[in-house]
Design a protein around this ligand. Structure first.
Ligand code: NAX
Length: 332
């Protein structure tokens, strides 16, 4: 038997908000091996708030009833110190959803403190090599807060999810061209997971052709951009509930590529800026990335045209504003 087929040592994977909608789709994908590989056993460490613990018990019962061969153990808890203990990968999904009367500033204020406590618990309990993806909104700024409160963990290990936006962009291009999503490559997202983000088509290919040759600029900078940026709202209107299965799928794509490599493809990941493209240091910003050997490489030398620059600037301004609103949670 080749080395690739041998079972690896079990890893510990934490999911917060595990009894929520995204959790319900995400846990089954992790447990089946879609994220960490078919020969990678996992112990699932699931965090909820006390009022979610009964629902979490039900979710754990169903996970047990699914009898996944790769699941070595399941822990359900409302204590972050237990949930994050020795974890190799963490999905920060749990947070307070936005209610009708809340604007983005209210959402930032309501959720920020959660990520102070979770950052501190990660710092104290997780493996020093832990890979963290933040899904709970506002995910860029929540990742920033968690990172700032986990000083012993290198900041590159804290990311936020813009892969759903990338996948939405792929879906729109595939539909417009009338080809499968698998034939669209290298479209990626700049900035914030909010309606300011920019799906950049300039390096994308559509069945091997340049996307900018296949689609007209009016569509790329108009309906395409607008549809991707407001897709979350459209899903809520159509489904009566926010994106859950697609969000879980994107979280799996993000972590899988980070863990197993992106095979040379460009993928979108938001991570603390090291000054790339003039983005102020520390802002958690989505960049074009490649992943190899468990590391994220930011592609820091792509050409930026005037339109892309204006979008990057718009996202910097939005994220600076979010950062200013939570400055007292960043410990500086
Ligand atoms: P749900 O409200 O269904 O589930 C959230 C769960 O988190 C609940 O069970 C709740 O009890 C739990 N929770 C709340 N505070 C917690 C804490 N401090 N510790 C642990 N658990 C906690 O929301 P769901 O639809 O699952 O969405 C989860 C988050 O993902 C939301 O913030 C949502 O806005 C965000 N999203 C992010 C997306 C992205 O692309 N980055 C897209 C999808 C989604 O909108």
């Amino acid at each position: 038997m080749g080395e690739d087929n041998r079972m690896k040592d079990t890893i510990r994977v934490a999911v917060t908000g595990a009894a929520g909608n995204i959790g319900y789709a995400l846990l089954w994908r992790i447990a089946s091996g879609d994220c960490f590989g078919a020969n990678q056993p996992v112990t699932l460490q699931l965090l909820e708030i006390p009022s979610g613990m009964q629902r979490l018990e039900g979710v754990i019962m169903e996970l047990k009833d699914s009898a996944f061969p790769l699941v070595d153990g399941i822990v359900g808890t409302d204590d972050p110190a237990i949930a994050f203990k020795d974890t190799d990968a963490i999905f920060l999904v749990g947070s307070r959803p936005r209610s009708k009367d809340m604007d983005r500033a209210d959402l930032v204020a309501a959720n920020g403190p959660i990520f102070v406590g979770q950052g501190q618990a990660i710092d104290a309990a997780a493996s020093p090599n832990v890979k963290v993806i933040t899904v709970g909104n506002p995910c860029n700024t929540n990742a920033l807060i968690a990172c700032a409160n986990a000083p012993s963990i290198p900041s590159r290990q804290f990311t936020a999810m813009t892969r759903l936006d990338q996948n939405r962009a792929v879906g729109q291009m595939a539909e417009r061209a009338g080809i499968p999503a698998s034939k669209i490559q290298d479209v990626f997202i700049w900035g914030n997971h909010s309606n300011t983000m920019y799906p950049d088509p300039r390096f994308a290919t559509v069945d091997g052709q340049k996307a900018t040759d296949v689609f007209d600029l009016g569509w790329l900078q108009g309906d395409f951009l607008g549809t991707v940026a407001t897709r979350g709202k459209a899903i809520i209107e159509a489904r009566g509930a926010s994106s859950a299965a697609s969000a879980a799928s994107a979280a799996v794509d993000h972590m899988r590529d980070w863990w197993q490599g992106s095979n040379g493809r460009i993928v979108s990941m938001a991570l603390p800026s090291e000054g790339w493209y003039g983005v102020p240091e520390g802002l958690v910003f989505s960049f074009p990335c490649r992943c190899e050997n468990g590391e994220i490489e930011v592609l820091d030398n792509l050409a930026v045209d005037a339109f892309a620059q204006s979008k990057i600037d718009e996202n910097i301004a939005a994220l600076m504003e979010e950062r200013a609103a939570v400055s007292e949670l960043l410990g500086d």
